[in-house]
Structures are given as C-alpha cells and as structure tokens.
Design a protein around this ligand. Sequence first.
Ligand code: UDP
Ligand code: MN
Length: 348
Amino acid sequence: MWKSRFCRLIALQVVGTFGLLTYLHLATTSNERDRETLQKTQKEYDNVDFGSQVSQAEKVAGLGAHQYLVNTSSSKREPETLNKTNNTYGDVRLGGKWSPTGNRNSSSGEKMAILVTFRDREEHLKIFLSRMHPFFQRQGLDYTIYVIEQHGEEPRFCKGLLYNVGFTEALKDDPSYDCFVLHDVDLIPENDSTPLYTCAKSPYHLSVAVDKLKYKLPYPGLVGGVLALSTSHYKLLNGYSNLYCGWGAEDDDLARRMYKHVLRVKRPDRAVARYHMLPHGNHTKNPEKYFLLFNGIRRAKRDGLSNLHTMNHTVTSITRKALYTHVLVNVTKRNAINTHMKRADVKG
Ligand code: UDP
Ligand code: MN
C-alpha cells in the first residue's frame, strides 16, 4: 500500500519537475525568439529587395498591379515629358501650384509645400505627378510641388540635406507656407480613403501601410515615407541632419529630434492610409548611419537648418516647370564625417 503511494508521489514529482523545466525552457527560448524576430525584422527592412525596374505597364499608364486612385482619369493624362509647358492639368499654375478657386478656402486651411527629394527616378516622377496633382486637388489643398534634385560629384544621395534646401528655398519662394509634406516620389496612395494631408496633427506620419512593407510599420519609430510637418516644427527641430548620405536613418535621426522636443507623432489608421510603392532597386548603403545616429541628438542644434549654408552644396537653379518647381542642387563631395564632429559629440 505505502509502496504504491510512494511510487505515485515519485511519479508526480518527476512529472512536475519535467513540466517546470519544459516551461522554463519555452519561456527563455520564446524570449530569444522575440529578440531574434525583432532583429530579423530590422535586418529585413535594411535589406528589403525593392524589386527591379518599373514595369512596362506602369511606365505607359502609370498603373501597377492595382488601379491606384481608381476614380481618376489621369492615366490618360500622363505628362509626356517633365518639361512640358502646356500642361493638361488645366488649372495647375506654372511651378506646380494649385489652390481651390473662387471663395473656397483650402480644406485644411493651410498653405502647403510638398517636398520631393529626387535623383534618377524619372519614371517615378512622371507617375507621381500624374497621380498626385489630381489627388491633392480632390483633397482641396492649397499646394505647390517642389522637386529637389541632387546632381554633382557626391555619389550617395543626401536626403536630409536636400529636404533642408527644399524647405529653405520654398520659404524664399513663398514665406507664407505653414505646412510642409515630405514625400517620397515612389509612394502613391492606393485610393481616396487616404486622410486629408494636413499639419494640424503635426508631426503627422501618413505612410503607415505600404504594400512593399506588408502594410505594417516595420518599427514603431518610423517617420519616413510621407510626413507632414508644420513650418514652426520643422524650424524647432532645426530640420534634418545634413550628414546622412546613402540609404537610411536620416528619418530616424529626425524622429529622435521630435522625441527630444516632446513632439508626438500622430498616425492615421492603417486601414485608410494605404500606399503603393513603385518598384526600384536598393540604393547605396550608408555605413556611417549607426555612428551618426548614436550622437545625433548631441549634434542636433548645430547640424541642420542652422549650418546649411556651410554644407557641401550650391543651388544650381530654380525653375518653374509646368507641374512642379524644380530646385536643382549641386552636392559636392562631403568632408570626412569626423570633421563635422566635436569631441563632445563622440564621447560615450
Ligand atoms: N530617392 C531618389 N533617388 C535615389 C534615392 C532616393 O529620388 O537614388 C528619393 C525618392 O524620393 C525616394 C526616396 O528618396 O522615394 C526614398 O528612397 P528609397 O525609395 O530608395 O528608399 P525606401 O524609402 O524605399 O527605403
Ligand atoms: Mn522607396
């Protein structure tokens, strides 16, 4: 009798201990898995393969797999050349300006500059202009499109520097802009459920669901893609860092500046702000980006709008084209990154 009770006790203990060990094992490995998944997602985002060239169909009609902005007839109105002066968008004024006519006010009540940084993506720009002019007009915005194009000897694309140049030049063009939308040339809203472009909820990150990124934010701090920022907030942040050249992290640096100034990023619902990314190859990596991010906040006051005039660029020309204002920027080779650092920047 006591023998069988003893055996049952031993069996229970063995089962219990085994259960506990299994639980502990599962708990630690799932933690590791979470960590791995996180690293993997960030790595994957670093290495997303953005596909090859724009498809022939997209080139011809400005359409992709889905029919973006289905209610437009603008595919028939593709700008044949980007320099075309007699544009078929009728009421877009020279330089890519448009505002509601008569005594209608803009629906956001804002005067808006759309900044598009650009190099070597002509097919994208054609599609962007043909889609976005009608879209902005349906939204009832008072807007101007500025395309800030990099040329010159710097091989890497310096997006933050270009945005700062665009911001500065747009305000010289019209000091009354109170809202800036920083827009990738390859992001096209899928339909008109996209919320009103506005800085009222500034900073307002609109491109929260991109098909290429599986309609999910790859990480919570992402502010790249399409971002609306009021003029006063852009100035408060001292704009972007001028030092990021090559792919990535200039937007993460900006997000840190927002965090420092306690500016909370607002985002629309994923269900209504869906974008298609036009296909493109990956562009040149930026090996310095982690180092720059590491000391980004310490440099923020000195690196941005405040020292733009000392940076490696000149504005070659500003031309009013039929569908946009073209700001051509010669970006010369940048000095080694450490020449921009103070000792205080790099201490741990
Ligand atoms: N861009 C460009 N030419 C380049 C690299 C970037 O015109 O060689 C501009 C363009 O507006 C593009 C944006 O910078 O949409 C972001 O770059 P990319 O699309 O390569 O990066 P992603 O945001 O897709 O990671
Ligand atoms: Mn892209």
